[in-house]
Design a binder for this molecule. Structure first.
Ligand SMILES: Nc1ncnc2c1ncn2[C@@H]1O[C@H](COP(=O)(O)OP(=O)(O)OP(=O)(O)O)[C@@H](O)[C@H]1O
Length: 286
């Protein structure tokens, strides 16, 4: 498989602070890759560097076989959905699509066919004449996705695609991302929702304080840390705290528990990504 995105020793320094620190990563063509980390970890900065919006202070980036300084060619191959809604709120849904189509020099009839197709694809055809500020958050996010698809990019980058959305809108965005991926598009997304990466992503990079601290499939990450977890209550019952112990399998954790004479305040469950994150950083994702 070809590498769609390659970062080699990337750093970004703001005011003498390294917000992304020596990050190296290769994202393969056709995969859904998720960059998971808490607020402020450096996810948006990383995605902005991958999409030519922010220049790295150090390191090399290649996108679809192009060096990052070939900005114009890269922009034709990528679609970008940022966290902040970047639509013109005073224009209609259709007009926002038109503007993007013109920016990409799509001829009129092709542009109109594609606008129709992608608005239909994200269930917004009926809202084409609505002014954007009248749309719900989920609709705006779907419009951002439709707009990013208009020039038919190879790679779609989404920064926190479902942040602030209700569960139904979130599910619809996940379906769209999966469908696009089945059609062959490489997807790179950032999130701080572990369910999002668990449901969607083929591979996951965990980022904390600007550094990549884990990389692999969910199964690989679980294998490295253990699939089974023993949770033990420690401290006062009025102010409970929890101690977590990983085991290679759930059965091994259960076996350990079964052999304890005092099992009060202990339970066994499958480990999840959040547990792995806490194990790696000593903190929760939020
Ligand atoms: N333009 C900037 N100037 C100075 N500092 C910045 C700038 N952009 C980001 N930062 C800092 O870089 C760090 C990483 O921010 P970034 O937005 O990349 O994190 P994030 O993981 O995407 O978090 P969030 O999900 O909250 O956006 C933060 O401490 C932030 O304040």
């Amino acid at each position: 498989m070809n590498s769609s995105v390659s970062l080699q020793n990337i750093s970004k320094i703001y005011n003498q602070v390294s917000v992304v620190n020596d990050l190296s990563l290769a994202i393969q063509s056709g995969e859904i890759f998720g960059l998971l980390g808490p607020n402020g970890a450096g996810k948006s900065t990383t995605i902005r560097m991958m999409t030519t919006l922010t220049k790295p202070s150090q390191g090399n980036i290649q996108i679809a076989g192009l060096d990052i300084d070939q900005g114009q060619q890269i922009k034709r191959k990528i679609g970008v959905v940022l966290q902040q809604v970047s639509l013109d709120q005073d224009l209609t849904v259709w007009e926002n699509m038109e503007m993007h189509g013109r920016l990409h020099h799509l001829p009129k009839s092709l542009r109109q066919d594609r606008i129709h197709h992608y608005l239909d694809y994200v269930d917004l055809l009926q809202r084409q004449q609505d002014v954007v500020r009248q749309l719900s958050g989920g609709m705006m996010r779907r419009l951002q996705i439709a707009r990013a698809l208009l020039h038919q990019p190879q790679i779609l980058f989404l920064d926190e695609p479902t942040v602030g959305l209700d569960p139904q809108s979130r599910r619809r965005i996940w379906e769209i991302i999966q469908e696009l991926n089945h059609q062959g598009m490489t997807i790179v997304l950032t999130t701080h929702y572990m369910e999002e990466v668990e449901s969607l992503c083929d591979r996951i990079g965990i980022i904390d304080k600007g550094q990549l601290i884990a990389l692999g499939t969910l199964a690989e990450l679980k294998q490295q840390h253990g699939d089974g977890l023993l949770v033990k209550q420690v401290g006062e019952s009025s102010r409970p705290q929890w101690d977590y112990q990983f085991f290679p399998t759930l059965a091994a954790a259960q076996d350990y528990l079964d052999h304890q004479t005092n099992r009060v305040g202990m339970m066994v469950r499958p480990a999840n990504l959040e547990d792995i994150f806490v194990e790696l950083t000593g903190r929760n994702l939020d």
